[in-house]
Write a protein that binds this ligand. Structure first.
Ligand SMILES: O=C(CO)[C@@H](O)[C@H](O)COP(=O)(O)O
Length: 232
């Protein structure tokens, strides 16, 4: 089942390696068929060199149960599921340990929007989540989704398609598995540029008018809910 989506998810996982976002078996990509209520995700612990499209695992969104596949789904499956449930317009989720985004996550810092490159793709600062509390550790992967969703209470995930899980690493999402990988790569590049910029000038600030100009120019005038109380 879902052979076409398996191929798309498989190719997106291979793109993580091509884009230098992962090494070994780190990271994972998923995609969904919302009509069928099914998610396709990378198998856990399998080398990208050995991976095949038919190894992708099919999971039921409502229960998290494997409905097709001989291998275990990614260990981050519960996190992916929580994001699909909370963010209705996304159809692809990516997790990596890309160096600069993970460094910001380990430092407990958001990636600040201090340049037009960032503003073209991520309207707000890319937030870093809060720490998890002891009671959340029992269902660590599911609760990783909870802390991500908490970080987006006042941020529109369609306009800022990425997050840093504190002391863990980046997650990104998008309109497809390939678009989610694209956003993961942009996030890593924005993190690298922010790191160098803040090293040169820790006090640098972005003109907010430039954020509006660049984000709206790329995403169209309807992309920004400029009304008070609207999620940005
Ligand atoms: O973040 C982690 C481990 O800390 C995982 O995301 C691994 O990087 C990939 O795990 P699998 O997808 O192979 O289960």
């Amino acid at each position: 089942m879902l052979e076409e989506l398996k191929e798309k998810v498989f190719q997106a996982n291979l793109d993580l390696v091509k884009q230098n976002l992962v090494i070994f078996t780190w990271g994972n990509v998923s995609g969904i068929d919302r009509e069928k209520g099914l998610m396709v995700i990378k198998p856990s612990g399998v080398s990208y060199d050995d991976m095949k499209a038919e190894d992708m695992v099919v999971v039921e969104l409502a229960t998290g149960k494997v409905v097709e596949g001989t291998m275990n789904p990614s260990s981050d499956t519960p996190t992916h599921i929580e994001l699909y449930k909370a963010f209705p317009n996304i159809s692809g989720v990516v997790h990596t340990h890309s160096t600069y985004a993970t460094a910001f996550a380990q430092a407990g810092l958001s990636i600040p929007n201090i340049g037009t490159t960032h503003a073209d793709y991520f309207y707000k600062d890319i937030p870093c989540t809060r720490d998890m509390v002891e009671s959340e550790m029992a269902e660590y992967e599911k609760e990783t989704g909870t802390v991500i969703i908490d970080a987006f209470k006042d941020i529109n995930p369609d306009h800022t398609p990425g997050v840093l899980v504190k002391c863990h690493g980046p997650f990104s999402w998008g309109t497809s598995p390939a678009n989610a990988v694209y956003n993961a790569k942009v996030m890593e590049q924005c993190a690298k540029m922010a790191f160098v910029s803040l090293t040169l000038n820790p006090d640098t600030k972005m003109n907010p008018l430039l954020i509006e100009k660049h984000y709206l120019r790329k995403h169209g005038p309807n992309a920004y809910y400029g009304q008070p109380g609207q999620k940005h």
